[in-house]
Write a protein that binds this ligand. Structure first.
Ligand code: GLA
Length: 381
């Protein structure tokens, strides 16, 4: 991430003018509740202090121009009216998809320049793409005084990702970026989008949530995520229910073909883990008791849902052996990050142990950071 003066210089270089404001949207980690969102289940994310920043300005005319500090020298320029037909590749699909979605919904939008900057690692499973979408969505709504509610902004960002980018994700990431609050995890019920803020302060208990980025990249659009989603839908159809949310007892899955039974078992047991962890946090029980549930969540993603990788499994196993109370992969899987619940005093030792294990396995060095529960998307200036 560059500083504001550097971004101002980059904005001037790209668009020969200055920005009207800056809008930030956070990345997220999900404490528990993976692959539950599109099954109308539960999840429990926190927003991170690391953000995507969108510097934006209204312009005369009907064009949207977008640049990124992470892709220097490239300015993508498109007619707003023709965005639906534009053949756009790569990072620019996320911001342009959001602009397109506003227009598709009948909002009146004029010309706009957007410069993106990020301190979120891309492909690390911490939702940099949703942070891009949400920062742009908030900027567009503010700059054109559209008065769009946060619920609709979540919908706009999510629709952009599904139909413009073409990744059939659920609403977890955009909901976290738009609705999380500092010092809380957020219990999300995807059956009706109900949200409950749950106190989340590990530091007061001498604990930390360590994010271990395995530096292996996932590609959600690349099929495996969509395949899992359709397996869940097939399981629900065979069970005669609208979604796997309606199943709470794993005994009811017994008649399914083995593969679909395992997929569905992950979803059903994962939602139960979300509720148990949310309950432990709400009653302010010692957070150490959630460690085994995190471990069970990882085993379920690894064995039943089959979205883990050797790097993710190594990070989980080594962190646990080095003293973590529990660890699991976060996000969609197939690479990205692991979270580990650790004693503050053990952070450095666990970091070293994982790095050493990665080196001896011939993996790239992992990167770690300590997570904190931060605020949702907002206008900064
Ligand atoms: C990705 C998707 C989310 C969610 C998670 C898995 O992050 O974008 O919608 O499905 O994977 O929990």
């Amino acid at each position: 991430m560059t500083s504001d003066p550097e971004a101002a210089a980059a904005f001037a270089a790209a668009f020969s003018d200055s920005a009207d404001g800056r809008w930030d949207a956070p990345g997220r980690v999900n404490l528990i509740g993976e692959h539950t969102d599109y099954n109308r289940g539960y999840a429990l994310p926190i927003a991170l202090p690391q953000v995507v920043r969108c510097y934006a300005a209204v312009r005369a005319g009907d064009r949207v121009r977008v640049a990124s500090q992470q892709y220097p020298g490239e300015v993508v320029d498109a007619s707003i009216a023709e965005l639906g037909l534009a053949n756009i590749d790569g990072w620019a699909r996320y911001p342009l998809g959001v602009v397109h979605e506003f227009v598709r919904r009948g909002h009146s939008i004029g010309g706009i320049d957007l410069l993106l900057d990020s301190d979120l690692p891309i492909g690390a499973g911490v939702s940099s793409s949703a942070a891009v979408e949400c920062s742009v969505a908030l900027a567009v709504s503010d700059l054109f005084s559209l008065g769009t509610t946060r619920e609709e902004l979540v919908d706009i960002a999510h629709t952009a990702e599904n139909f413009y980018v073409g990744a059939p994700t659920g609403k977890l990431d955009q909901s976290a970026a738009m609705h999380c609050t500092t010092g809380h995890a957020m219990l999300l019920d995807f059956a009706d989008d109900h949200r409950t803020q749950v106190p989340f302060d590990l530091a007061e208990r001498g604990l930390a949530l360590l994010i271990i980025d395995t530096m292996t990249k996932h590609e959600l659009a690349a099929g495996a995520y969509a395949e899992r989603r359709s397996e869940c839908e097939r399981a629900a159809a065979l069970l005669g229910v609208g979604s796997l949310r309606e199943v709470t007892n794993t005994d009811d899955l017994a008649g399914l073909p083995t593969l679909l039974e395992r997929r569905a078992r992950h979803v059903v047991t994962e939602s139960a883990r979300v509720l148990a962890i949310a309950d432990a946090l709400t009653t302010r029980a010692d957070p150490r008791i959630i460690g085994p549930m995190l471990a069970a969540g990882h085993a379920s993603l690894r064995d039943d849902f089959e979205v883990s990788t050797p790097e993710l499994d190594t990070a989980v196993d080594v962190a646990t052996a080095a003293g973590a109370h529990g660890a699991r992969l976060v996000g969609g899987g197939f690479g990205g990050s692991v979270i580990a619940l650790v004693e503050v005093a053990d952070v450095a030792a666990i970091d070293h142990a994982v790095t050493a294990a990665f080196r001896s396995a011939g993996f790239a060095d992992p990167r770690t950071l300590v997570a904190a529960a931060a605020a949702a998307a907002r206008r900064v200036r």
